[in-house]
Design a protein around this ligand. Sequence first.
Ligand code: GN1
Ligand code: MG
Length: 408
Amino acid sequence: MEQTKQSTSLKKIASQFANGSKVVAVDPLGNGNINSTYLVTLSPTTSPGRFVLQRINQQVFRRPELVIQNMSVLCEHLKASGHTLERQWETERQWETERQWETERRWETERRWETPRILPTAQGQNFWRDETGEYWRAISFIENSQVFETIESLEHAREVGTGLAMFHRLISTLPTEKLADTLEGFHITPTYLARYAQVLAEREGQGISLTANLTAEQTAQVNYCLAFVAQRREWAHVLEVAKEAGHLPLRPIHGDPKVNNIMLGTDGKAVSLIDLDTLKPGLVHYDIGDCLRSGCNPLGEETHDWQAVTFDTERAKAMLEGYLSLAKDFLTEQDYRYLYDAIRLIAFELGLRFFTDYLAGNVYFKVNDPDHNLRRSLVQFKLTESIEAQADALKAIIEALKIAEEPT
Ligand code: GN1
Ligand code: MG
């Protein structure tokens, strides 16, 4: 009954963006930890027949309209800079000119590339607010492509790296001032450390031990996490110190380029970076680190077998090769210098974010059970440990790639 009610209202919401077409189905899409995402199917005579519908989590994104605005800024930028080479007009149904369907194709690299776009409501608005104040938006669906949860081969790893570089190149000419800071402190590790200290202090203030009511196994896990963070507290400022020192510049970034946000076409080539919620100014190092912590963990970030988690340097090499094949032009000597730290840091940072959320009572990331965030943090900390254990090998890979990519 509940389900029927929910899907009826989802259909009603989806129809705001359907421009008069009949909404046939609204199905959950992907497994995001923050927003709720659906795939909307329109009646078979409609083209394109599908789009993505998303409810923006206002607990996380306090100003959802800015998240949407950033995406529109990107669309405008791509259009203005001529990266929308192929225009497919929706003449059949005589949609307004703003509802043109565009794809970025064969831009410089002779590869198909598409960037998801905001689809307006019939009133021309970029979002729709329901009666409870929730923000909903519609985004174009990238057809003829596939999402993967984990890396399937070294070629896949290479394509994931190439896709990230493709996106970085496309947005590199977008002035950062044009992008709003939609999530203050995002990927600023010292901010996460401060929040962690605050949560620990609050728990202490309640006078209840962190391990009260836990099993012996859970107690050992919590103690492992506490010690893990304590041992890396000082080093965790590394990228922010480099930024402050002027070694690393602010650039537009994706913010969340994990494996399942980099879509591959039917030919196995990267075709799109989706999930543009965290498009904002930042360091490309956050993106590179996030992409590698996600792609080089063969067991995936949701595994229960956290003790077996390792970082695969072969995949890292392939991903970096792919990345540098398109991004070498805009990487400086300093950028290379911080690559290893970035890979180590973003894995650590995500572990810290999950662990803090576990201690805070799971208020940020969606969870399936109360220990979910604890398990996720153990996975990221084990991954960090494996990165640290292979530091020399990873640094040698980066150095060799740097030399290979240097202009002769
Ligand atoms: C969150 O919701 P999702 O899955 O797109 C998070 C990312 C994390 C990721 C870990 C805004 O992304 O930073 O890396 O979970 N997004 C936000 O899976 O915090
Ligand atoms: Mg995301």
